[in-house]
Write a protein that binds this ligand. Structure first.
Ligand code: ADP
Length: 271
C-alpha cells in the first residue's frame, strides 16, 4: 500500500473530517512492524537529506498543522530525529508580533522558507491565518477569504523556485485529545505544556473542523498536497508521516553532484 497516495487529499475534493477515522492504522501489520519501518525510514531520511544538502539545488518544506496535543512536536522529535541539524531548520509560528502584524501575513512565513539544500519544518504555519484567525474573527471575513488564493500562489512560487512542499494535518479525535490534555495535568514532567487555551479552544472544535475542511478542499494542490494523517495512535502517526516523507524525498530523484576536481589525478598525487 502506498501510504503517501492513500492519505493525500485530491485537489478540490469535498472533505468531511467527521467521517475520517482518527483511530485507523492502514497499511501495516501491527505496532512492532510500524516501529520497525519508522526506524528504517529515519535512517533513509538521513541519507536523502545528505544528498539534498550536497546537491544544493532544491529544498524541502514540511508543514505541520493540527489541533492541540495531536503531536506536531512528537513528529519533529520522532520522525526528524535522524536529520543533520545543519541541514534542517524548524520554525514554530506563534501569535504574530507587532512588527509581523504590520506586514502582509506571508511576510514572516517567506523569511523562514528553506534555502537550497535545506529541509524547513513549519510547526504551525501561514495556515493559522485561515484557521485561528477565522475561528476567532481576528480579521474581517473578506480578508481571510482571499487568503486561500494567496496561499496557493505563494506555494506555487516556492515550488517553481525549487522547493518540494509536503503538508500534514495530524487528525486527532476529540476524545483522544482530552485524554492527552488530562495526562498533561497529571504528569509533573508535562505540566509546563499545559495552557488554559488548550481547553478553551476545545469549545471551538466544530469551527476548527469547518476551517480545516476548507483548507484541505481549497489548498491541497497538485504542487503542494495536504495529507490527513490519523493521529490517535502516536506510533501510527509517526510511521505514516515518515513513510510519506521518505516517498516524497525519494521521488525527487536526488543525486550527489559530480566532483569539482579530478579525483583520479588527486589520488595519484596524494592518495
Ligand atoms: P503550540 O501550541 O504550537 O505548541 P503555543 O502553545 O505557543 O505553541 O501556541 C501558539 C499559538 O499561536 C497558537 O494558539 C496559535 O493559534 C497561535 N498563532 C499562530 N499563528 C497565528 C496567527 N497568524 N494569528 C494568530 N494566532 C496565531
Amino acid at each position: 500500500m502506498n501510504i503517501a497516495s492513500h492519505f493525500r487529499v485530491k485537489p478540490a475534493s469535498a472533505m468531511s473530517l467527521g467521517r475520517f477515522d482518527t483511530d485507523a492504522t492502514p497499511g501495516v501489520k501491527d505496532k512492532a512492524a510500524a516501529l520497525n519501518q519508522l526506524s528504517r525510514d529515519v535512517e533513509r531520511l538521513a541519507e536523502l537529506q545528505y544528498t539534498l544538502f550536497a546537491e544544493n539545488r532544491r529544498s524541502v518544506l514540511i508543514v505541520l498543522q493540527a489541533m492541540d496535543a495531536a503531536g506536531k512536536d512528537g513528529v519533529v522529535r520522532h520522525v526528524l530525529t535522524g536529520l543533520n541539524p545543519q541541514g534542517c531548520h524548524v520554525t514554530s509560528f506563534k501569535v504574530p508580533s507587532g512588527e509581523e502584524q504590520s506586514h502582509d501575513f506571508l511576510w514572516r512565513i517567506h523569511k523562514q522558507a528553506p534555502a537550497r539544500g535545506m529541509i524547513g519544518v513549519f510547526n504551525r504555519s501561514h495556515y493559522e491565518d485561515v484557521l485561528v484567525v477565522r475561528v476567532h474573527h481576528l480579521v474581517p471575513e473578506p480578508i481571510w477569504k482571499a487568503r486561500y488564493d494567496h496561499i496557493n500562489a505563494f506555494e506555487k512560487m516556492l515550488v517553481d523556485s525549487g522547493t518540494t512542499i509536503c503538508k500534514f494535518f495530524l487528525h486527532v479525535g476529540r476524545k483522544e485529545q482530552l485524554k492527552r490534555l488530562a495526562t498533561r495535568l497529571d504528569d509533573p514532567a508535562r505540566n509546563w505544556k499545559v495552557a488554559e487555551a488548550d481547553f478553551t479552544e476545545r469549545g471551538y472544535w466544530k469551527d476548527y473542523v469547518k476551517a480545516y475542511e476548507e483548507v484541505l478542499e481549497r489548498c491541497s494542490t497538485p504542487w503542494a498536497p495536504w495529507h490527513v494523517i490519523p493521529a490517535d495512535h502516536k506510533w501510527y502517526r509517526n510511521y505514516a508521516v515518515s513513510e510519506v516523507l521518505r516517498q516524497t524525498l525519494e521521488s525527487m530523484d536526488l543525486r550527489l553532484p559530480k566532483p569539482a576536481v579530478d579525483i583520479t589525478a588527486l589520488k595519484k598525487k596524494y592518495g
